[in-house]
Design a protein around this ligand. Structure first.
Ligand code: GZL
Length: 334
């Protein structure tokens, strides 16, 4: 999806303009002030929504880091609707913010609005999720994880989970996919399939796969349907903890033991995921770090100064087996 590129010089200017009505849910969550009287950087940020524990932690990180940096943050929650993100970005362009940052809910459909930002010489920084575009100049950098690698890591840690559980015979996998068209959903599925195709073509099979839209309700509803249609599922791979936690409720309602009758691997590493893992209901978690705020603010300053920034600033993250959960819980930051 995103091919790593070398450095890209961000030469930017700032367009002044008057404000317009905002989009779904907007707030100026911090009014910046800098010592020395120089004008505070004005950052327009469009957030995907508030669909998961990961997203809430990501929002907190962006808001607190903007406050810490003394930036004026204009923040909007798109409630997982692309049209809300586009209107928020248009509003930031009209307001003449210094930099626009956003986490694109899906990978396609951004060229037009990003061309409008470019025309007004407002640099755009992607956080968390990437976009598909033929015009690389439409954004300066992505601050976020390698989701394909997260999918590969999920496949590799599932091997350890299966060995530890002593699961024998065919591995029948249910996959709860993230939001349809979203980079993490596309790329996590791709990475997981790479491991399956390379190392488990004859003993692992994804027997059913459907989106749960990264929400607990979605995970519960879809898993209940999975169990109706495929009662012999013995593994669940959920693209995030929240769908895995929802699926646990459906598995227990069906009279089965999550983490035992059905082995579960999820991605994110939010606190509730670690709690479920410490209770033996999730077998392993691949971490996806939402605390991108400080890195984002650092990049925004560099971009505002017209400095060179890397095309992809990756976040660091680990993987956790069930027996590590209890010890890790007290130090989890989200
Ligand atoms: C991943 C992020 C995903 C999380 C989900 O970086 O975009 O969206 O994995 C969240 O929990 O909803």
């Amino acid at each position: 999806m995103l091919n790593r590129r070398n450095f890209l010089t961000a030469a930017v200017g700032v367009a002044a303009a008057t404000g317009l009505a905002a989009c779904a849910k907007e707030d100026d969550s911090s009014s910046g002030s800098t010592s020395g009287g120089s004008k505070a950087i004005v950052l327009g940020f469009s957030q995907v929504g508030s669909e998961s524990g990961w997203r809430s932690a990501n929002t907190d990180s962006v808001k607190s880091a903007a406050k810490e940096a003394g930036y004026t943050l204009k923040f909007s929650d798109a409630q997982q609707k692309q049209e809300n993100q586009i209107s928020a970005i248009r509003s930031y362009i009209t307001q003449g913010v210094d930099v626009i940052a956003f986490s694109p809910v899906v990978v396609t459909g951004w060229d037009a609005v990003l061309k409008e930002a470019k025309a007004k010489k407002i640099p755009v920084v992607l956080t968390d999720r990437s976009v598909e575009t033929s015009d690389e100049s439409l954004y300066v950098t992505l601050v976020g994880s390698d989701f394909t690698d997260e999918g590969r890591r999920a496949g590799k840690i599932l091997e350890k989970v299966i060995a530890k559980a002593g699961l024998k015979g065919d591995v029948k996998i249910a996959q709860l996919e993230g939001t349809t068209g979203a980079a993490p959903a596309i790329e996590r599925a791709k990475g997981f399939k790479e491991v399956m195709d390379a190392d488990h073509a004859d003993d692992w099979k994804i027997v059913v796969s459907q989106t749960g839209d990264f929400t607990r309700a979605g995970g519960k509803q879809v898993m209940a349907a999975f169990l109706q249609s495929n009662p012999d599922i013995n593994v669940l791979f959920a693209h995030n903890d929240d769908m895995g936690i929802g699926a646990i409720q459906a598995i227990e309602a069906a009279g089965k033991k999550p983490g035992k009758d059905i082995l579960i691997v999820t991605i994110d590493g939010v606190k509730d995921g670690f709690i479920a893992m410490s209770e033996g209901k999730i077998n392993a978690i691949v971490e996806c770090n939402p605390l991108l705020g400080p890195q984002l603010m650092e990049v925004v300053q560099k971009v505002k100064n017209g400095e060179t920034v890397e095309r992809w600033i990756k976040t660091k993250e680990g993987d956790f087996m069930q027996d590590q959960a209890a010890a890790a819980l007290p130090t989890r930051k989200y």
